[in-house]
Write a new protein. Sequence first.
Length: 367
Amino acid sequence: MSAVLQKLKRFKLRALHNQKKFGVAGRNCEEVLRKGCLHLQLPVPGSTLCLYEDGTEVTGDYFWSVPDDSELVLLTAGQTWQGYVSDISRFLSVFQEPHAELIQAARQLLSDERAPLRQKLLADLLGTVSENIAAETRAEDAPWFEGLESRFRNKSGYLRYSCESRIRSYLREQGGDPADRRPSAGQAVEGTGARGALGVTSGASLVVTEAREEYLRVVGAMCQKLQAARYNSSYFDRGAKAGRRLCTPEGWFSCQGPFDVDDCASRHSINPYSNRESRVLFSTWNLDHVIEKKRTVVPTLAAAIHDAEGREVDWKYFYRLLFTSENLKLVHIACHKKTTHKLLCDPSRIYRAPAVPRRKRRARQRP
């Protein structure tokens, strides 16, 4: 044991929020701490050492378990360190106003980094802060609009169009006009994922002739409501009100996870407003029906109209299932499960409750 204690252990040391590292060696934790404080001109009392990677405090018992050449952070009294995520948090806090000094600091941090995971995190971070996320118009960020038709003059306008195209696809008939289904050059990155799917209007084929007129009337009412809502295109518009968009005011979207879980375990996120690559990649994300449109919602609507027997179908309930975030989840392609969902519509909401007639008040007799 005495031979081990005599062996010097080497570390790379830095002060909190200081990217400059220096080498230090010692036979125990106290010696390394003392040499570090001397080099950085910091007081020894109250100072501690911790691992840069995860913030674990390096004490006497843990000292010999730390690999040689590990990176340590020297903290003075009152300072804390939670691992390299603390560096990332510093950059995240200034995402909205990236500046030259920030980008240079990120590049310096990346150039000194050797751990693969931290390299990837820093590279992704640098790519994000270097982008002109706040830019909105074609004049402010021309590369973002490459490949899009000239009629798109701002980012929010194009993202609204992208969302509208996805919602419209839920109405299209499978056997409709081929030109209606074929995307134009400006639609090539929309990624609606609805080709060959059973559209709402094509659901008329599921009802008998006698009920078809009523089915088309209901679909017509849905279309009018959808047009009035501008096809819920505000879901992708970062400038929309909080309750009408699926992103932050800066344009960050988070995956809402597969249909059968509450959130995304992988924490997928994307900002299609940041650069052209992210805009194109965002087209692979899906607006997934939790209760499936093709297998469940449309057939249930058709059956409800066929079996109405004088009852009034609550078409607004089906509208919300088909076209709104009540039944739509924005999911990363890796979280888009293509298995049968096996979820049903709520039987208690298929028909509207009959109106209760008001009792007529008796006329007051004059004395």
